[in-house]
Design a protein around this ligand. Sequence first.
Ligand SMILES: *[C@@H]1O[C@H](CO)[C@@H](O)[C@H](O)[C@H]1NC(C)=O
Length: 254
Amino acid sequence: MNLQEELLRILYGENLYVTAAVVFLGTLALLWLKSCWDMRNAVPLDVSAACGDITPEELAKFDGRDPFKPIYFSVQGRVFDVTAGRDFYGPDGGYAIFAGKEVARALAVMSLKAEDCTADLAGVTPKQLDTLGEWVAKFEKKYKVVGKVVEPKRLTLEELACYNGTETGKPIYLAIRGVVFDVTSGKDFYGPEGIYPFAGHECARAFALLSTDTADCHNNLEGLGAMERDNLRDWEAKFRYKYPIVGSVVPAKA
Ligand SMILES: *[C@@H]1O[C@H](CO)[C@@H](O)[C@H](O)[C@H]1NC(C)=O
């Protein structure tokens, strides 16, 4: 018999095992009560947020398939947060096709076809324009306008370098395989005080090699091994999820 057991025996006499069982069951009961309490005090899944300027590619991410992101669509470039209408616009809704898209034409001609999800109103009749106006009035009553759709930026590497985080108030960008991400919300990592020297750079190779050497900040993927390609894919997926895409890298002007 070890000391601990002996002490318990002295304290609780022959009822040691009964006591142990009571303590065990009591702990379970407490855990159960705590989980009930947690559930009652759960934070509702409030994902609504302003998006500001947003590219069509970025808008497409807000199609309701990710429960942690709001649902958006745009009408003539004005972005509505329709998360509260998840029953209509969520993945199982009758209007799911609208989520993450520009829908002006579809509303005007009352279509649920993907090809009508565009801002192009060519050939739309005055009556159909009225229909569109009625929809917009309805949306304005029910939902918030949270941003506007903008053209994707086209930056040369030289222009990208100016988004390096040194100028306060200017966003911080980096590129992975030519796709430009706004990483301003990750300032602690990518800003001047951050541990990653990637701001303003194309970083594909650096991410593949898990390197923080700016000499590896370029888009040449020659000779990468399978694991390195996986690294790059993982980082890219993470960035696509976490940071807005604002445009792409274009060749320097001749
Ligand atoms: C960083 O960006 C600023 C402008 O925001 C620019 O003046 C400066 O040259 C950039 N630094 C480098 C190393 O590119």
